[in-house]
Design a protein around this ligand. Structure first.
Ligand SMILES: [Mg+2]
Length: 307
């Protein structure tokens, strides 16, 4: 089952990314009016690409997965170099903070200085985007049995471009949740909050705690938002990924929120893929995505990397 769940993480991420891509930046009403419920890969739309095209979310996750597969361990300098090479290739979708931090590395700053300096130069309100959360899932597979290391590498990897503590800890919490799903731990999110809840920034903890209340069957006051703020993306992705009845519903519900649809879809998709396994992802989506075979090979490689 770990293989199916690991494949599910990377394929679910790609499915949410590609399903959300054509409607990114649209409001939920506009999506509903134009497309009804988005249950198939659409062509054209935002960024004007063919159906099933992935964006920066999956492309940056691929950079991380390829580096982990090749080195067998977290090599931040190599990952930063792969990010810079990818930026140089001229992607049609790249986040502002990611682009600025990678430009600093391109200009000669080290990977650990660039993100920190970019964060210091950014204003509150534009310094904690979801650009490191969307790409971080490969670590959950490789480090699924090493919880302390998983927290550490998730935080460091975030800091290459997103050094804000809310970004770092969102990546850590998200990956620990994925690792629990991969290893069939009951109440995956609640367990993590019990273990690292006191270390989390208040905004992160307060956004995620009500989801555990919902999962226990009690009523909780959750108002999901579709912005690019890391805390709301983490909340929406975990909420849809952990509460939906099917993997398809988790991803479609996330995309139907509008706004940052590809990233919310990708985060929800990784959770749903871990929870339900790759077989639960619709075949009609997977056939549209060119990177499926490489994503599966990498996921398998990351499982075996485990020592
Ligand atoms: Mg994107």
């Amino acid at each position: 089952m770990v293989r199916s769940r690991a494949h599910g993480i990377l394929l679910g991420l790609a499915c949410g990314d590609a399903l959300g891509r054509p409607v990114e930046f649209q409001g939920p009403d506009q999506i509903e009016r134009t497309h009804g419920r988005v249950t198939k890969m659409l062509a054209h739309g935002t960024h004007g690409q063919p159906a099933g095209t992935i964006t920066d979310d999956t492309e940056m996750a691929l950079c991380i997965a390829r580096s982990l597969a090749e080195h067998g361990t977290f090599e931040p300098e190599d990952i930063a170099t792969r990010f810079v090479d990818w930026k140089r290739s001229g992607p049609f979708d790249i986040g502002i903070m990611t682009s600025s931090a990678l430009q600093r590395i391109q200009n000669g700053e080290s990977w650990d200085e660039a993100g920190q300096r970019e964060w210091e130069a950014s204003m509150e309100g534009s310094n904690a985007g979801n650009g490191s959360l969307m790409r971080c899932a490969p670590y959950a597979i490789a480090y699924r049995n090493e919880p302390t290391e998983l927290v550490e590498v998730s935080r460091q990897s975030s800091a290459i471009t997103h050094a804000d503590s809310r970004c770092q800890w969102s990546c850590a919490l998200f990956n620990r949740t994925l690792a629990n799903l991969l290893t069939d731990v009951d109440q995956p999110l609640e367990r993590i909050l019990n273990e690292i809840g006191s270390e989390l920034p208040d905004d992160v903890r307060n956004a995620v705690e009500p989801i555990t209340t919902t999962l226990r069957g009690d009523s909780a006051n959750i108002s999901l938002e579709n912005s690019g703020y890391v805390v709301t993306t983490l909340q929406a992705g975990l909420y849809h990924g952990l509460t939906a009845e099917t993997a398809e519903d988790a991803i479609v519900d996330a995309v139907m929120m509008g706004g940052d649809t590809d990233t919310i879809g990708a985060v929800a998709g990784a959770v749903a893929g871990a929870r339900f396994g790759e077989g639960a992802l619709p075949e009609r989506w997977l056939t549209e995505i060119d990177e499926v075979e490489e994503l599966c090979q990498l996921a398998t490689g990351l499982i075996e990397r485990q020592h």
